[in-house]
Design a protein around this ligand. Structure first.
Ligand code: CTP
Length: 408
């Protein structure tokens, strides 16, 4: 990512303060960041704020009209950018984009560029719901270079509760990272991808359970990465630490039995299933609906096996479907992963070490080795879980491609 260049176009809305976090994160990740502030944006944050966070002077319309540049500034910036974020996108800038209007540095730069543009609108709910605004928003969908995220629902700064909040910075950062990885291609647009995430909880009584330290980060990264690449995503997840975007269909569960039911229901419609959840292997043999007092707790706990969901789905798999498992291992990760790939009738498996620093449960980083049923093997060095997710989606796409070449 170090050689990548992101241009951040900041619009006139209170959510401009959240864009500061995006600029700061990208710059710290080694990405070159430049910012353009519209006239209205400067009522909310200053060019000095953006300059400091980007480590580069921020641009305003004053620079646009300066005669000192050798080449016009909008052409320079438009050619420079690998991607552009417009956030917060106002109703006015949205209308200008829709109609190809260019009357300031930001809109001229958009027209002078060809890179992917991520749009993150924010406005009052009534403004958002206007037919004209909705028509403009839908019309931009027809232009492949525009990627759209949000707005989310919630409490707005105008004290309205409704749709109109800009999505959180972490979701913008994750989408931008995906765009830098893919160059904006929507290679999974025709796919329906079912993903499981997080751990399950097998209860003894309402307050005690057998669980594991899974936080769902890997499954969430997979869901976001697949959605960024155009897939229709369903995420079945146990208790997880982070919010899920409204654009991703989600089914929240707790016990393995609920996860099994949700996956069995969704599986027939899925093209791919990626099973990143850490499902318990056993559950207490009995469950008390009321909390057990300390003195009522058994001295030893009889256990029962939990059904192997992935193996069950492996037996139901149709020829067009692809099944991908995870094997969280300690020690030598490859032999058990290979064995699970075969035993569960998987197309691919991601083996990841949970006894190494910077990987596994709760970490935002991961590493591992991907294996497939054709014998391919790919090592993934330590990287963010989003990057690992893209690498796995690439690996499965390549497998599918090679399957269809073989059939021809
Ligand atoms: N899995 C599942 N249902 C279970 C247990 C595991 O669907 N009851 C899935 C996991 O989501 C993962 C894969 O099977 O994708 C491998 O899980 P893992 O826990 O590594 O392997 P197990 O088959 O449970 O074997 P072991 O615990 O003995 O290593």
């Amino acid at each position: 990512m170090a050689s990548k260049r992101a241009l951040i176009g900041i619009g006139g809305g209170i959510a401009a303060y959240k864009v500061c976090e995006v600029m700061s994160h990208l710059a710290k990740a080694g990405i070159e960041v430049r910012a353009i502030l519209t006239q209205a944006a400067q009522a909310f944050i200053t060019p000095l704020t953006a300059t400091t966070l980007c480590r580069h002077p921020a641009y305003t319309d004053q620079d646009f009209w300066q005669p000192s540049h050798t080449r016009p500034l909008h052409i320079e910036l438009g050619e420079w950018a690998d991607l552009i974020l417009l956030a917060p996108l106002t109703a006015h800038t949205l209308a200008k984009l829709t109609h190809g209007l260019a009357d300031d540095l930001l809109t001229n730069t958009i027209l002078a560029s060809t890179c992917p543009v991520l749009l993150a609108p924010a406005m009052n709910t009534t403004m958002w719901q206007q037919m004209t605004v909705q028509r403009n928003w839908q019309q931009l969908r027809q232009d492949d270079r525009y990627h759209r995220i949000g707005p989310a629902a919630g409490m707005l700064a105008c004290d309205t509760v409704g749709t109109g909040r800009m999505v959180e910075p972490l979701h913008l950062i994750s989408y931008l990272t995906s765009l830098l990885h893919t160059g904006g291609r929507r290679d999974l647009a025709a796919k329906r991808i079912l993903i499981s995430a997080g751990g399950t909880r097998e209860y003894l009584d309402p307050v005690r359970f057998i669980g594991n330290p899974a936080t769902g980060k890997m499954g969430l990264a997979l869901a976001e990465a697949a959605w960024h690449r155009g897939a229709k995503v369903t995420l079945v997840h146990g208790p997880i630490a982070e919010p899920v975007l409204a654009e991703i269909e989600q089914v929240a569960v707790e016990r393995s039995q609920q996860m099994q039911a949700a996956l069995l229901t969704a599986f027939p419609q899925a093209d791919w299933l990626i099973m990143a959840a850490a499902v318990a292997d056993v559950k207490p043999a009995s469950f008390s609906a009321v909390k057990l007092a300390k003195h009522e707790l058994p001295e030893s706990l009889p256990l029962e096996p939990v059904p192997d969901i992935l193996a069950e789905l492996g037996s139901l798999k149709q020829p067009h479907q692809r099944l991908v498992g995870f094997a969280a291992q300690t020690g030598d990760i490859l032999p058990p992963a290979r064995q699970k790939l075969i035993a569960k009738h998987l197309d691919a498996i991601a083996a990841n070490p949970i006894d190494q620093p910077e990987s596994g449960f709760g970490s935002s980083l991961n590493q591992g080795v991907f294996l497939d049923r054709q014998g391919r093997q790919r090592s993934i060095p330590t990287c963010s879980k989003l990057e690992m997710a893209h690498a796995l989606l690439d690996f499965v796409s390549e497998l599918e491609c090679s399957d269809s070449n073989r059939e021809q």
